[in-house]
Design a protein around this ligand. Structure first.
Ligand SMILES: [Fe+2]
Ligand SMILES: [Fe+2]
Length: 290
């Protein structure tokens, strides 16, 4: 177990396993998922690595940090590669997880997309499943785990107490800043999520990469798939537009495939590759800017 500030998690998947433990069943939207006792129970049983991960994530994800990262990556000038190359690039991510029991990153992506395909959803939806986590290549650009994965949340306004481990925000310097401490913070009521700065990670980065290639519901799924405080807890309604709420139906439709699509047999990447190469070519150029 490595309890360092940059890599508290043994693998990136450890965070997702924890989300699944927190939300064991697909649920109806806006149903508070746990009563107080259950929530305490979750906090007490969370692995020390994951707990430490949330602690530093909540401490360092500030409004200024987000602005700086959006600036740094928004130009998409880090790398040129195809979607498939990005999948293979992500596969080179080595972590401390057990290689005998864990799936490769590509297999993880394909489990999600194959589950979506099996349910007969449109082709862009299947593709969204395939690419939604490719932003995790941020790790390979040297970003620490806390700036790549984790539940996402708005910065620049009051942190919801429905965000996992809200007590850790006490160490975030933004709570000392009066401008960021009200319900709306630096935003206007009902301004829409597009105007909101979200904590930085693989979701926002992949949204930037895919912005001109995929239909709007797909972009919402990608951009907000880790925004559990909104899509599972119903928080931050005051910053949304009716259009955001409409689009969140898609975000919620996507979530079960993200969290619960683990199949007993790992997908056969080689056999599936031709299907996915065709699908990728329908929406993305041969070279994508990252
Ligand atoms: Fe993700
Ligand atoms: Fe995912």
């Amino acid at each position: 177990m490595s309890l360092t500030e940059n890599t508290p998690l043994e693998s990136l998947d450890e965070w997702e396993d924890d989300v699944q433990a927190r939300y064991p069943e697909p649920e109806k939207p806006f149903t508070p998922h746990k009563d107080k006792a259950e929530f305490r129970d979750y906090e007490n049983t969370t692995r020390p690595t994951v707990r430490e991960f949330y602690r530093i994530n909540h401490k360092f994800q500030t409004y200024d940090f987000v602005k700086q990262k959006k600036q740094e990556y928004g130009g998409l000038d880090h790398k040129q590669m195809s979607i498939w190359e990005a999948m293979e690039f992500l596969n080179t991510l080595v972590d401390d997880s057990d290689p005998d029991t864990s799936l490769s990153q590509i297999q993880h992506l394909m489990q999600t997309s194959e589950a979506i395909r099996a349910d007969g959803h449109p082709r862009w939806f299947v593709l969204t499943g395939l690419v939604h986590d490719l932003g995790k290549i941020l790790c390979l650009f040297g970003e620490p785990q806390w700036a790549v994965v984790g539940d996402t949340f708005p910065v620049g306004c009051k942190f919801s107490d429905k965000i996992v481990f809200p007590q850790f925000f006490a160490d975030n310097p933004d709570v000392e800043n009066g401008a960021y401490n009200t319900e709306n913070g630096v935003y206007e009521s009902g301004c829409g999520l597009d105007k909101i700065e979200m904590s930085w990670g693989h979701d926002e980065y992949m949204y930037m990469v895919a912005k001109d290639c995929l239909p709007e519901p797909a972009l919402y799924m990608i951009r907000y798939h880790s925004f559990y405080a909104a899509h599972r807890e119903g928080e931050y309604q005051h910053l949304m537009t009716d259009h955001d709420r409409e689009m969140f139906k898609w975000v919620r439709a996507f979530n079960p495939y993200d969290l619960y699509s683990k199949s007993p047999t790992p997908p056969d990447v080689k056999a599936l590759r031709p299907y996915y190469e065709d699908l990728i070519a329908e929406y993305f150029p041969a070279q994508v800017a990252w």
